[in-house]
Design a protein around this ligand. Structure first.
Ligand code: DAH
Length: 339
């Protein structure tokens, strides 16, 4: 018995392989039902009591040694097969974390695609503007208090340059560079020197719209905006136009959509009126057309400016505008499934 144990000890010790299948057949050869070590145990069971005392321990040690060897070889074989081919097709794929669109972009894209579908093209202008494009060409008189409607960030040392306070500046650039008919929307970021709070921020986004052609009327403006509102908020959406003032339009209006007054949140969001303010609009002032070389006797047009964040806050029921600009992934990841 002693010799057989020693022989097997050596055999186990000397065995070596890198192939998983060979490790398995070695295991069967040694520890399987009819394996060499198993049959030693069978013989052991037949022995007399005093012999059992002598061989019990070395036999158990042999078995343990063989088991350890098998698991070691198995681990080595698996590891080397991975690193050699690099193609263990049974392993789970690497996790790729997907990004998501920003809620402001989701809303902006939707607005843009609605207007594109009715023939508006998309235009863009610079975020740093001169006084002409942001104010003067838009009929803001010099030193006129209307300029205070929009608290401006000026570029240091040169009061002629500022961060644009609205995307209406792009209207001017489009009129400079093209002839009517004009049908364009200009999405972009704008800046105002305002205190940051839950409801207002020092930068935000607008989508500007401009339509100039012969015989464009206020009815065209109203119908275009109604179409937009029903595409965006739903087919039964009601709108209303309230008289307002902008230097670059005459007459001017603000458009509200009916949101409802069913619960406490509706009261809060609509200040108890049921109506949500969505955009400013109006007929392009003849002075603006003249400033940009378009004859107001021949052409007329309408314009509008939509606040993107304001709509995004309502659409996604976000309580605080600052959440849009903190880049907190826990917030942003919630919009993965939004569209
Ligand atoms: N520029 C305005 C603002 O920032 C929004 C606006 C109102 C744009 C009327 C327009 C318009 O084109 O016609 O508050």
């Amino acid at each position: 018995m002693k010799e057989r144990i020693d022989l097997l000890l050596r055999e186990v010790e000397e065995f070596s392989t890198k192939a998983t299948a060979e490790v398995e057949s070695f295991r069967v050869e040694m520890l399987g039902k009819k394996g060499k070590i198993t049959s030693l145990f069978n013989d052991f069971r037949e022995m007399a009591g005093d012999q059992k005392k002598e061989f019990g321990r070395p036999l158990n040690e042999l078995k343990k040694f063989a088991q350890e060897k098998v698991s070691e070889l198995k681990a080595d074989a698996e590891e080397s097969s991975d690193s050699v081919s690099g193609e263990d097709l049974s392993r789970p794929a690497n996790f790729t974390s997907l990004g998501s669109r920003h809620p402001v972009n989701l809303v902006k894209n939707e607005i843009v695609s609605i207007f594109r579908s009715i023939g508006f093209n998309v235009s863009a202008g610079p975020e740093i503007e001169d006084d002409w494009h942001n104010f003067t060409a838009l009929n803001f008189p010099e030193e006129h208090p209307a300029r205070d409607m929009q608290d401006t960030f000026f570029v240091e040392r040169d009061p002629d340059w500022a961060l644009r306070t609205h995307t209406s500046s792009v209207q001017v650039r489009v009129m400079e560079n093209s002839k009517p008919p004009i049908r364009t929307i200009s999405p972009g970021r704008v800046f105002r020197n305002e205190a940051i709070s839950a409801r207002s921020h020092c930068f935000f986004h607008q989508v500007e719209g401009l339509y100039i052609d012969k015989d464009v009327s206020f009815a065209d403006l109203k119908q275009t905006l109604l179409y937009f509102a029903q595409e965006f908020f739903g087919p039964n959406t009601k709108i209303r136009l309230r008289p307002s003032y902008f230097p670059f339009t005459e007459p001017s209006a603000e458009m509200d959509v009916y949101w409802g007054l069913e619960n406490e949140r509706d009261y809060r969001m609509t200040k108890g009126t049921g109506w949500l303010e969505v955009l400013g609009c109006g007929m392009v002032d003849p002075n603006v057309l003249k400033n940009n070389g378009i004859d107001p006797e021949v052409y007329s047009g309408f314009a509008f400016g939509i606040g993107v964040e304001r709509i995004a806050l309502h659409r996604f029921q976000i309580p605080d505008i600052r959440m849009l600009f903190e880049n907190d992934l826990r917030f942003l990841e919630q919009f993965k499934a939004a569209y």
